[in-house]
Design a protein around this ligand. Structure first.
Ligand code: PHE
Length: 357
């Protein structure tokens, strides 16, 4: 047989081997124990003597050629495998990236931000105070008597018992920051007029229901100025400020009413109510059948509180308010259950517009 007759078939088989396994099979067929190439080389012995040298030479050169083709193919396959591996790992800048889950602001944060913007535009400054508060600032400095029921354990989360020392608690309102701020500013030589707001988290040992939470948000407001015979902070300032604030934040004309309210740190004290948007004043569980929602206790700062803050009550007057932020948010968005705020239900939280500041 002509050595070159099979050569093309073998080279074609090698070239067609698509992977290592296929190539190994071809190699076994050609160079295995009964391999076709080896058979060809051996077949020289069956030839007449005079033909042997030429045939042998041709057969050997085919064998060499096939061996080279095998080695070449093996190299090409390895390179292709490597390229494929690299491509799988590669960073492709044209690929769309994974979608990041975008959060939205909590409704209380949204409304608090708006209130802060509104009040700072009216010249108020934002003050902060600790959530872990002393009994002194939370109660004593605010003219709240020792035997006042608000100090009882069902209302206040007390933090441990310390014999003889000032007791600490989770603040039950943002009012302690009134005296803290007055003390700090007067110590720094700062004199009224002063206008501050204090947004913050408060805690009370409450039974949770549709309209009560043990953890809630307030925004305290305090305005103090020097009283002269012709000017000074009065109830008219308080009413005007509250009306402005509620109109802006609730984005509608609200009806409000003032009722007398008792808080030891204001005199006179008021409860400011807005008409209930859920029942249009007919009476429903949210407004406890009254048609009104209590939203904002307020009043004229008690002289004892001014004094604790280092401000002479003979020469100064002021007003204060303590807005329940959840209430405002509930009215603004028509939410009828306060438990939604802390519930962590993403379906609830995702309903609020994303606001990036
Ligand atoms: N701190 C009072 C409360 O949480 C609210 C309040 C603030 C009342 C300021 C009057 C003036 O109940």
């Amino acid at each position: 047989m002509e050595p070159t007759a099979q050569r093309d078939r073998w080279l074609a088989a090698i070239g067609a081997a698509a992977d290592d396994a296929a190539l190994a099979a071809v190699e076994a067929r050609l160079f295995g124990s009964k391999g076709e190439v080896l058979e060809l080389v051996r077949s020289v012995t069956a030839l007449p003597k005079e033909q042997r040298p030429a045939f042998g030479k041709a057969a050997n050169s085919v064998k060499l050629e096939v061996e080279q083709a095998l080695a070449q193919r093996r190299g090409a396959l390895a390179q292709r495998a490597l390229a494929r591996e690299l491509a799988a790992d590669a960073f492709d800048p044209t690929e769309p990236g994974p979608r990041a889950a975008r959060g939205s602001l909590h409704p209380i944060t949204i409304v608090q931000n708006e209130l802060v913007d509104l009040f700072t535009s009216m010249g108020f400054r934002w003050e902060d105070g600790p959530e872990v508060e002393s009994e002194y600032f939370n109660f004593d400095a605010l003219n709240i008597p020792r035997d006042h029921p608000a100090r009882e354990s069902q209302d206040t989360f007390w933090l441990g018992e310390t014999s003889g020392q000032a007791r600490c608690l989770l603040r039950t309102h943002t009012s302690p920051v009134q005296v803290r701020t007055m003390q700090r500013l007067t110590k720094q030589g700062f004199h009224p007029p002063l206008k501050v707001i204090v947004p913050g988290r408060c805690f009370r040992s409450e039974t949770v229901d549709k309209s009560h939470e043990h953890t809630f948000y307030q925004m305290e407001g305090l305005v103090v100025d020097r009283a002269t015979s012709t000017s000074g902070i009065g109830i008219a300032h308080l009413i005007h400020t509250m009306k402005t604030c509620l109109r802006v934040i609730l984005e509608r004309d609200v009806q409000v009413r003032l009722r007398p309210g008792f808080f030891p740190f204001v005199e006179p004290g008021f409860e400011l109510d807005v008409n209930c948007p859920f029942c249009k004043g007919q009476g429903c569980p949210v407004c406890k059948q009254s048609g009104w929602i209590e939203i904002l206790p307020c009043g004229m700062v008690h002289p004892n509180v001014l004094q604790k803050g280092g401000i002479d009550p003979e020469e100064h007057t002021g007003f204060a308010f303590g807005m329940g932020l959840q209430r405002v948010v509930m009215l603004r968005y028509g939410i009828d259950d306060i438990r939604q705020f802390m519930g962590g239900d993403l379906r609830f939280l995702r309903q609020f517009p994303e606001v990036v500041r």
